[in-house]
Design a protein around this ligand. Structure first.
Ligand SMILES: *Cc1c(COP(=O)(O)O)cnc(C)c1O
Length: 431
């Protein structure tokens, strides 16, 4: 008997033999929704094409970096020009300088910046710098905020309020987890209590200024401001992890939208235009503590790779020039409104922030009807999202393969594509 396998199925079988789970980053394996991951062979605009020749409107957008969609011509041109000059020098070069000058000129809270290769690396370096600058060892983070796969951030709340964290991954030592204090999101009383208990040992508090890695969990009004005050009162630095929000919710991310001034900030995703780049920056007195000007060591063989720098520069220049933010935000607002209309009576809501949105499947029981912490997410989320995901996928619509990841709108999405999504959701909800 001949068993017909799709190309994706057959590549996934091969891939599982040579890589853990068949992928190089866990969510790509579709474990959150079940089924076989689609192997994507190319992408253009807002569309993915898989190895079986099926096309999908993409709302994952490489998890956020592609503000102008796939293969934006301006970025492509910058990359081609960069390639023609050679692609790694391991020496000082003018391309990262141009990007650094552009960013420090545009973002007043970034007086100095250092480029690395991923968001994780940026966070890791910023935490080391915070410890080096304060001489303190503990970091405070929020339950439900993701900061990459740095050991000290792969932790969850221990038992009891304001206690030391426990490892949230095998391989993270208890000793490392003990250096992190995990507090619940959106709970200023818990934050104050944690600072009263551990304040003198806390080097920094790190926060996703719009938590967008466990669903989209917007902070209550005023939370970030109060959080920053409390941290500073106790001599701790404030780190905004803007890896997902930077250049996404506004050119200057949440620092710009709130007017708050973090001591240090981390970027990634958009800043590389779709190439592997991360960055950390902030007050120059702090950044000057980084090697070689200071004692906090941090280095990278491929850091500030010239191709990635050129892609990043083309991206941020185009963002600055075109200011796509108000239009993207309006389009997501109306998409969310239409989605909720279609889903009326089925306990589906859409949470959104700027050009990010998240469909919530189930009854939200919070006072204001907004999910602001992981434990407020309806218990039906995983299962109902997975069902809708596969129905949409079958109609050529690719949402993130997990009910706890957000969707991204790019400038490349057309109105016709958004109309297809509405139709798809209508079908998926059986309406
Ligand atoms: C994606 C993300 C990271 C990790 O970045 P990688 O490039 O995946 O290492 C860290 N923090 C936030 C807020 C993110 O969204």
């Amino acid at each position: 008997m001949v068993v017909l396998m799709s190309q994706s199925e057959s590549l996934f079988e091969r891939s599982k033999r040579v890589s853990p789970g068949g992928v190089h980053s866990p969510v790509r394996a579709f474990k959150g929704v079940g089924g076989v991951p689609r192997f994507i062979r190319s992408a253009k605009g807002a569309e993915l094409e898989d190895v079986d020749g099926r096309r999908y409107v993409d709302f994952c957008m490489s998890w956020g970096p592609l503000m102008f969609g796939h293969q934006d011509e301006e970025i492509a041109e910058a990359v081609r020009a960069s390639l023609s000059r050679g692609w790694s020098f391991g020496a000082a070069e003018p391309y990262s300088l141009e990007l650094a000058e552009f960013l420090t000129g545009a973002l007043p809270w970034v007086q100095k910046i250092r480029f690395v290769n991923s968001g994780t690396e940026a966070v890791m370096a910023a935490l080391r710098l915070a410890r080096g600058a304060t001489g303190r060892s503990k970091i405070m983070k929020f339950d439900g905020c993701y900061h990459g796969h740095v050991d000290s951030m792969l932790v969850r709340a221990g038992s009891g309020l304001a206690e030391m964290a426990s490892p949230d991954s095998a391989g993270v030592s208890k000793a490392v987890a003990n250096e992190t204090i995990v507090v619940p999101l959106n709970d200023l009383a818990a934050l104050e209590k944690a600072f009263e208990l551990h304040g003198k040992e806390v080097a920094a508090v790190i926060v996703e200024p719009v938590p967008a890695n466990n669903g989209l969990l917007p902070h209550a009004e005023g939370f970030l401001a109060r959080m920053s005050e409390i941290a500073r009162k106790h001599g701790a630095l404030v780190i905004f992890d803007e890896v997902i929000t930077g250049f996404r919710v506004a050119f200057g991310g949440m620092a710009e939208r709130t007017g708050l001034r973090p001591d240090l900030v981390t970027y990634g995703k958009i800043i590389g235009g779709g190439f592997p780049v991360g960055a950390y920056g902030g007050r120059s007195d702090l950044m000057d503590l980084v090697a070689p000007s200071g004692p906090v060591y941090q280095a990278g063989t491929l850091s500030a790779n010239p191709v990635a720098m050129s892609a990043g520069l083309a991206m941020v220049k185009k963002l600055k020039r075109e200011n796509p933010y108000p239009v993207l935000e309006k389009r997501v607002e109306s998409l969310a409104r239409e989605l909720e209309k279609i889903a009326a009576g089925r306990e589906v809501s859409v949470q959104r922030f700027a050009s990010m949105f998240w469909m919530v499947f189930g009854k939200v029981t919070t006072r204001d009807g907004v999910v602001r912490a992981p434990e407020e997410t309806p218990g039906t989320q995983k299962e109902r999202y997975a069902k809708a995901f596969h129905q949409l996928l079958g109609q050529g619509i690719y949402f993130a393969p997990s009910g706890f990841e957000v969707s991204f709108l790019s400038t490349a999405h057309t109105d016709a594509q958004l109309a297809r999504v509405l139709d798809g959701v209508k079908g998926a909800l059986g309406g």
